[in-house]
Design a protein around this ligand. Structure first.
Ligand code: TYD
Length: 391
């Protein structure tokens, strides 16, 4: 597999780096993780092209979460809020606006620059035990540490937890949300497996992880983003009451076999079926002379394109709103990424929806495409075609 976000310029063909993408399940601790991961610096750098603010739905989602925190920690109480992986400042900008002390760790240069332009205090480093200690020494300890779609990216998870325990106040909370293993399995969402997602968390695995650092999961909340995520609230052991939701979620995981190897063997079989169904469908459409365009050059699409063997002959292009991806080729499969406006101009027969997790937002925006006879191809939870009236 290539790196999911290594979109390349045509003149860079032949210079890509590949690695073995393989996820494994640990029978002891219940963690699902990649066996091999490229160096973080290769993934999160000045040209990292993911910007949180590219989805209005996600902007609203983070605003809601920021307002919830502001209600519990009003500016008058002078809280200190830290975000790990603050990207373009979408979440922390709400604290800037209220004059609340905050800091965001963001090593990816492009997004960090946008955050700074909005007045978001940004530390240009990876978060770990060392950088967390430095911040605690400089600005004091945090009331809240927040991370969204970041914890599952961090191979040095133990150093990250060590950093959290050094930076968090004794009564502070560490809130993080990531794609939830249970949803990945139920939706056969194999595209959540790529270089940046080194872990797929279950409640059981996170509980074990927190325990090893003198902390515990005190609450959980399923959140309907990224195809199904879980928001974990973690704090020092005994510093907060533990919600009954935690044991309930654990019982559901056991009932669903999230602790059994056979569950993952079944997942693999469903993934193989999904791959064959998508490839067959695209080949069939090509034979019929239909034009198919990809919608949104997501990180997840790199797994789908390369795993299913989708070539430029089967998919003419992928439209995307991110300028940093436009004019480039998709990693590994080399499908041209074109500006979003080309979707309307090119008017394909079918749109293969790679950003299926933003389905509601996109279907609302593209009602005209469906009304005009355009059809959507989805592959999560199964390969299917949606015509007018279904999207
Ligand atoms: P997301 O699912 O968050 O991506 P990832 O798999 O990388 O986590 O989708 C973000 C990408 O989708 C980004 O490249 C912008 C693109 N996108 C569009 O092109 N149009 C849209 O309407 C939306 C919501 C996203």
């Amino acid at each position: 597999m290539p790196l999911a976000n290594a979109f390349l310029r045509p003149e860079e063909l032949g210079q890509e780096s590949f690695f073995d993408l393989a996820a494994a399940f640990c029978l002891d601790c219940g963690m699902v993780q990649l066996l091999e991961q490229p160096a973080c610096e290769k993934m999160f750098h000045a040209e990292y092209p993911f910007f949180t603010g590219s989805s209005q739905f996600m902007k609203n989602h983070f605003e809601k979460q920021a307002l919830k925190i502001l209600a519990k920690y009003p500016p008058s109480s002078d809280p200190f809020i830290v975000e790990i992986g603050s990207n373009d400042g979408t979440f922390l900008s709400h604290f800037t606006r209220h004059g609340v002390r905050h800091a965001g760790f963001e090593p990816a240069g492009g997004p960090a620059e946008i955050a700074r332009a909005q007045g978001v205090q940004t530390v240009p480093s990876f978060f770990d035990a060392g950088s967390a200690s430095d911040l605690a020494g400089q600005d004091g300890r945090a009331d809240v540490i927040f991370a969204a779609n970041v914890m599952c990216h961090m191979p040095n998870l133990h150093s990250v937890f060590e950093g959290v325990s050094r930076l968090l106040k004794p009564a502070g909370v560490f809130i993080f949300e990531d794609p939830y293993l249970g949803d990945v399995l139920s939706g056969t969402a194999y595209d959540q497996i790529y270089d940046e997602h080194v872990f797929l968390f279950s409640v059981r695995a996170v509980m074990g992880l927190a325990r090893r650092h003198g902390m515990e999961v005190s609450d959980l909340e399923p959140v309907p983003v990224h195809g199904g995520s879980m928001r974990f609230t973690v704090n020092f052991k005994g510093s907060k009451p533990v919600s009954p939701r935690v044991d309930e979620a654990l019982a559901v995981e056991t009932q669903r076999g999230l602790d059994k190897a056979e569950t993952f063997h079944q997942f693999r079989r469903r993934v193989e079926e999904s791959r064959d169904a998508l490839k067959n469908l695209l080949e069939d459409l090509k034979k019929k002379g239909k034009r198919v365009m990809g919608y949104a050059a997501t990180s997840k699409s790199t797994t789908v394109l390369n795993y299913c063997g989708i070539t430029p002959g089967l998919l003419e292009s992928i439209c995307d709103t991110t300028p940093a991806k436009q004019g480039k080729l998709s990693p590994g499969a080399h499908i041209p990424v074109v500006p979003y406006e080309d979707f309307k101009k090119n008017n394909p027969d079918y749109a293969l929806l790679f950003a299926w997790n933003h389905r509601q937002e996109i279907f609302a925006k593209e009602a005209e495409f469906s009304r005009g006879g355009g059809q959507w191809i989805l592959f999560v939870p199964e390969v299917q075609i949606l015509g007018a009236g279904q999207s």
